[in-house]
Design a protein around this ligand. Sequence first.
Ligand SMILES: [Zn+2]
Length: 690
Amino acid sequence: MIQLRLAPLLAATVVLSAGHPMTLPAQNRHARPSPGLDLAGMDRSVKPGDSFFEYANGTWLKQTEIPADRSSYGAGAIVTELTDRRVAELIQEASKGAAPAGADLRKIGDYYASIMDSAAIDAAGMTPVRPLLDSIAAIRDRKDLARVLGSTLRADVDAFNATDFYTENLLGLWVAQDLDDPAHYSPFLLQGGLGMPDRSYYLDSSSAMASIREKYGQHVAAMLGLAKVPGAEARAAGIVRLETRIATAHWSRQESGNVGRGNNHWARVEFGTKAPGLDWETYFAAAGLARAPRFVVYQPSAVTGISALTASEPLEVWKDYLTFHALNSRAATLPGAFDREAFAFAGPVLTGAKQQPDRWKRAVAATNDALGFAVGRLYVARYFPAAEKARARAMVANIIAAFRSRIDRLDWMAPATKKEAKAKLAVLKVGVGYPDVWPGYGGLEVVAGDAYGNAERARLFRYRRSLERLGQPVDRAEWVMTPQTVNAVNLPALNAMNFPAAILQPPYFDPRRPLAMDYGAIGAIIGHEVSHSFDNQGALFDATGRLHNWWTPEDFKHFEASAAQLVAQYDAYRPFPDLAVKGRQTLGENIADVAGLAASYDAYHRSLGGKPAPVAQGFTGDQQFFVSFGQSWRGKLREPAMRNRILTDGHSPPEYRASTVRNLDAWYRAFDVQPGQALYLAPADRVRVW
Ligand SMILES: [Zn+2]
């Protein structure tokens, strides 16, 4: 899956995609004027067999400087910038138009305009948040505490589709198909309640983390001070102590990524004995979940630990904690001083961003967040013609067919495993561009000039829509990404994928150029996503979405052995004298890159239907395919970002992703690659996992 880390929006960092995200590199500022390969960006003085990445991108790499406010830049960034500008135009048009009250267009316009109107937000002062603060101040006992905590629950997490484990509320709700009973939705409860992104920020002993913690304490005090809470510093210390205890109960990010461990069913009536402390019946009643018979408790020991803290920690500390989070999570729609303070911590301290994005960009992001599919509908109507959808669909069909033949040709795989793999392929539901049925916003009230209220209602609307699903049949056509998102996602339990319209743009996809170039770029990405359904994570879910490993042990062992070859290949990449790429850490993504490129190459030839490939820009069809692939990974990173990527990311840096080509025999033929060249691999060392 592709992964993009979006700029912090209303407070939390949004991290998109599931278990195997595929980080897109960034790209140059100007849109490419003419369709086809970027010949000017190549460096033909470099032999393709020595560095395919530089051959495809060398001049661009030399001429492009990473903008001062970024840590990396390349192919993904320009597409995102272009898309955001287009979306902003559409939204601004909506805000100027005279659409009737209640129409989506009017809601989009009013939502955006209300966030842009910082003068109105400042003038409203603390008035909008006052009722919430009063309800916290009125807490007299643990039952009141449970009621207020329950009223904060929102549908703001996602365990393995969009994969977002973060919520500032004490717990988060995700309504998704049950892993034991894939035909029905279940309510998943996830851990939450931290103001910093992860438990390690509270518990890690490094000096860097200690410094962030110190600044966090100052930030908590500053927010309380802005709200004129007396004794802010002492209260802040108590809040941070409480959050540190919550963090101690939390699962790590890596533990949370283990879907099998998260599949724990608790009856509602069992919570009191399994996780004593919180008045669960009051909590669930306030959350509108009093009738849900059972839950999937994704991180059970965390829920137990958090529940115990609601009984053991002083009520006054809990009230301070709720007050701080009421302000912190709503800072974007509170007076400017709150907004600036929230950024001063979330920006420079947490992400290194030095400057808050322009207000219009944040208003676009917030409108996308609240009314994303209504905005997406406008985007698709203007920028994604039906012919493009048909072209992308035909590519998907060819790539799946190519994948099926590759499964047939695997000599090591048992017939039983092949049968399961092909059953999964047969049910794969691939969404292209936008959903078949658009989610509506009829129940969402948007009031002109009420930024705070609109944001509250949008969150509540999403929550209620999630609750309404309980008891309904599972909708496999559901989309988790809006069409204007430059990204793609594999939804492992649904056996479904979303390829939004916004990633179907150059340099990934362009109907004006030969198909070879599309197969080399978006085709390889589609193949990458398809192959994730068949890797170590995909092996956990069968064709129905049930959590059930369908591999024979012998086949899985063979899969691992081929994988070991790939580990060695990537371990040998050494961008710094003291640091090599981690072949094991990046294995799943590297397998997907190799399998995706190979399947897309086969699919490209299938699309030719026996006819010779047309020459374009002086390149043969196969050359176009590979150069387009190399250019789709165009990107550069600053050294600290590169080191961080290598240490923490599941994906290899862009240069090595472009080097995937060395595993395909066709690449050697296309560029006459010879022994002795840096990327040359003897035929036996070229890895074919699928
Ligand atoms: Zn991936």
